[in-house]
Design a protein around this ligand. Structure first.
Ligand code: PHE
Length: 348
């Protein structure tokens, strides 16, 4: 009777081990047969109920089966582990020869790029880069630059004034309308000879359109020495444009007016787009583009900066960075720079 039962158990165990497809299943089988309350331990316990004669031989059989079972489980376990490993290797196989995912690097805004380029060119010509505050006093933005109160010239610059708590100084503060105040700030603290350029943000209270923005950037230039003339100015800007556009552009100086320079000029360059042939929409078939205001530093500006106008001569210029970038890359709307439009920005 017992033998028959053991045989059935053996067959069942064999079948279960054969069909087991996971380590978890094997574990269950182990517990079912070999666990403390498992089938085999129950069988062993039931030995006492057998007639003495049979006990020994049946006991041996159970033990043999136990060893057999343990071996079978171990073998299957090894097999399953191997299979699992193989599957994992296949699933997680990495083809190291595949092309990698391309990382798209960020890049600088076109205005930043051009500002740096302009800075580099002037540095090569001995100019230092200097910066000044975007919030200015009326003194530096106007008075010191020979633009007195109530002078009609103030209307050139539509100014954004800032509110100031009543208790503090009477001086009005404003968002600088140009980078020229840095001329005065620098000359106050540094003794000539000096050569600087001042890139920076400026603000004007204007309606925006394709050519005007409420805030934009300028690059101011200033060179002061014992003997500096407009000839020096001409040579330097010519060299600058040659390097900036990578080709020779013609320069035209036209008389103009700024309160802080005397004489004052407007600088035109031959349109780099049509080489001055008057055949392109960019210069509206004029062949020339207006790019900067300039002139010889006015004696009053020297005085207001603590320098004796008898001792020093200087030229100053100011150009719009957006304008320069637009000319270089043939961009027709200034608003694109601040639009954050990736279709525009990724082209640079
Ligand atoms: N500050 C002037 C402007 O904003 C430009 C300029 C700078 C002119 C220096 C002459 C000399 O228009």
């Amino acid at each position: 009777m017992h033998q028959v039962e053991l045989k059935k158990i053996k067959i069942k165990a064999e079948k279960e081990i054969k069909e087991a497809d996971s380590l978890k299943k094997l574990d269950e089988i182990f517990r079912e047969y070999l666990g403390q309350k498992g089938i085999l331990s129950n069988l062993t316990k039931s030995l006492s109920k057998l007639p003495k004669k049979k006990r020994a031989s049946f006991g041996k059989e159970i033990n043999a089966f136990k060893v057999e079972l343990e071996m079978a489980l171990e073998k299957k376990k090894k097999l399953l582990k191997e299979r699992l490993e193989k599957e994992m290797m296949e699933k997680e196989w990495i083809d190291v020869t595949l092309p990698g995912k391309k990382i798209v690097p960020g890049h600088l805004h076109p205005l930043t790029q051009v500002q740096r380029e302009v800075g580099e060119i002037f540095q090569q010509m001995g100019f230092s880069i200097v910066e000044g505050p975007e919030i200015e006093t009326e003194w530096y933005n106007f008075d010191a630059l020979n633009i007195p109160k109530d002078h009609p010239a103030r209307d050139f610059w539509d100014t954004l004034y800032l509110k100031r708590p009543k208790s503090t100084l009477k001086l009005k503060i404003l968002l600088r309308t140009h980078t020229s105040p840095v001329q005065v700030r620098f000359m106050e603290k540094n003794h000539p000879p000096l050569r600087i350029i001042v890139p920076g943000r400026v603000f004007r209270h204007e309606a925006t359109d394709a050519r005007h923005e409420i805030n934009f950037h300028q690059v101011e230039g200033l060179m002061v020495d014992k003997r500096v003339s407009l000839a020096n100015f001409r040579a330097i800007v010519e060299e600058f444009f040659l390097r900036f556009f990578n080709k020779k552009v013609k320069i035209r100086l036209r008389p103009s007016f700024f309160p802080f320079t005397e004489p004052s000029l407007e600088v035109d360059i031959s349109c780099p787009s049509c080489d001055g042939k008057k055949k392109c929409s960019f210069c509206q078939n004029k062949g020339w583009l207006e790019v900067m205001g300039a002139g010889m530093v006015h004696p009053n500006v020297f005085k207001n900066s603590g320098l004796n106008p008898r001792d020093w001569r200087g030229f100053a210029f100011g150009m719009g960075l957006e304008r320069l970038t637009m000319v270089k890359y043939k961009i027709n709307d200034i608003r694109l720079f601040y639009s954050g439009d990736l279709r525009f920005l990724t082209q640079f």
